[in-house]
Design a binder for this molecule. Structure first.
Ligand SMILES: C=CC1=C(C)c2cc3[nH]c(cc4nc(cc5[nH]c(cc1n2)c(C)c5CCC(=O)O)C(CCC(=O)O)=C4C)c(C)c3C=C
Ligand SMILES: [Fe+2]
Ligand SMILES: [Fe+2]
Length: 355
């Protein structure tokens, strides 16, 4: 009896080799994602950006039948002017873009440098935005064209929120839905309690305290707010923010009186997570006699309108008007070495088995 296995019949290709589309494969994409930013601070680019952002039901979950008339008819007629003026005050005029765009590009370059040193050319690093440019879909398509058959998607928000991490992931999966050959995909988990992120935050606090003219009486950790209802409906953002502050405090070896958690950027009439930073810094100066404070914004991986304008201008003003004397703003971790080392390590963990 012939024990040799029969060779399976060869199915002919539907096309002659010359007609076959070129198939690129074998690379791994690392796609960093941030929120997005307007292309310019003038009315129409501001309106386009705010419209896309504020129409996202992960951000504002009201029924579109009620919300859209209000958004299109009232909010988008005035807010683009007000927010545009705020963007103008922090704009990177030399590069013709907002600070968030400039910093995200620098972070991408630093990430690429670190991953190239570890994994060589097999890993392709790029960034995209949830709203505005460069869009998530354009970058997913570009990665596939570059031969990435696996993509690790990294929303650059340390704490999970439906309004940030989840909507970034939604947009990534929407982009994958359009592809005939869908790459394998991983999304990176929030890193609010990762010791490498906490260490980078702690080092930035230590450096700022060493340089401060007067030692701050208290460190205010100001996180971007969300409606309180989102917490009650199961969004863990509030708890992850509290835990980041606690871990930072423990790493710094401080007692509870030296640090506190607050929430900024309230929008609309609903109650948001409290205490509100703008009120709390005034209360600290007026009622608690804390005349020297430092403010850090651990929910932002890059400086942006919410830190450079809201914290370092509006919130600072509120503190000073209430009698505060020294206000130290501690910049976001941006493309600093400790931060980029931490983020590159987190990516490397998530590349396990793929490189
Ligand atoms: C209206 C609801 C909003 C929710 C909820 C919200 C959550 C949220 N946002 C960030 C991070 C960023 N937000 C930024 C700007 C920004 N945020 C809102 C509104 C909500 N954010 C608006 C309307 C704007 C635009 C500016 C303005 O008009 O006030 C930015 C900065 C972008 C930039 O270009 O610099 C970031 C970053 C987080 C982390 C978060 C919830 C956890
Ligand atoms: Fe926001
Ligand atoms: Fe909580």
């Amino acid at each position: 009896m012939n024990m040799m296995k029969a060779t399976p019949p060869v199915t002919p290709l539907p096309h002659a080799p010359g007609d076959h589309p070129q198939v690129r494969m074998g690379k791994v994409g690392v796609l960093l994602a941030n929120l997005g930013t307007p292309d310019d601070y003038t009315y129409w680019p501001m309106r386009r950006y705010l419209n896309e952002f504020l129409s996202d039901r992960r951000v504002i979950d009201y029924s579109p039948f009620l919300w859209q008339p209000l958004l299109q008819g009232i909010i988008l007629t005035s807010r683009p002017f007000r927010s545009g003026a705020a963007y103008k005050s922090i704009w990177n005029h030399e590069a013709g873009e907002s600070p968030l765009a400039t910093i995200t590009k620098a972070q991408t370059a630093q990430m690429a440098k670190r991953l190239r040193a570890r994994f060589g050319d097999r890993v392709v690093v790029d960034y995209c935005m949830r709203y505005g440019n460069p869009s998530t879909i354009s970058k997913v398509e570009a990665m596939q064209a570059a031969g990435c058959d696996r993509i690790v998607f990294f929303p650059l928000y340390p704490q999970y929120a439906g309004a940030t991490s989840a909507t970034a992931n939604d947009q990534f999966f929407r982009a994958l839905m359009k592809l005939k050959w869908q790459p394998s995909a991983r999304t990176i988990a929030p890193y609010f309690d990762d010791p490498r992120y906490i260490e980078a935050l702690a080092q930035s606090v230590e450096e700022a305290y060493a340089k401060a003219e007067v030692e701050p009486d208290i460190l205010v950790c100001s996180y971007h707010g969300v409606p309180k209802r989102y917490l009650m409906e199961g969004d863990p953002y509030h708890c992850q923010c509290q835990k980041t502050t606690r871990l930072l405090r423990e790493r710094l070896g401080w007692d509870k009186s030296r640090i506190k958690t607050t929430f900024q950027s309230k929008f609309g009439p609903e109650e948001w997570l409290k205490p509100y930073t703008v009120e709390e810094v005034a209360r600290l100066a007026e009622e608690d006699g804390k005349k020297n404070i430092a403010v850090i914004a651990p929910a932002f991986s890059a400086d942006c309108i919410e830190t450079l304008e809201e914290i370092n201008e509006e919130i600072k003003e509120s503190f000073e008007e209430a009698g505060g004397e020294h206000f130290t703003y501690i910049p976001c971790l941006n493309d600093g070495d400790a931060h980029m080392d931490a983020l590159a390590d987190i990516v490397a963990d998530n590349l396990s088995g793929w490189t």
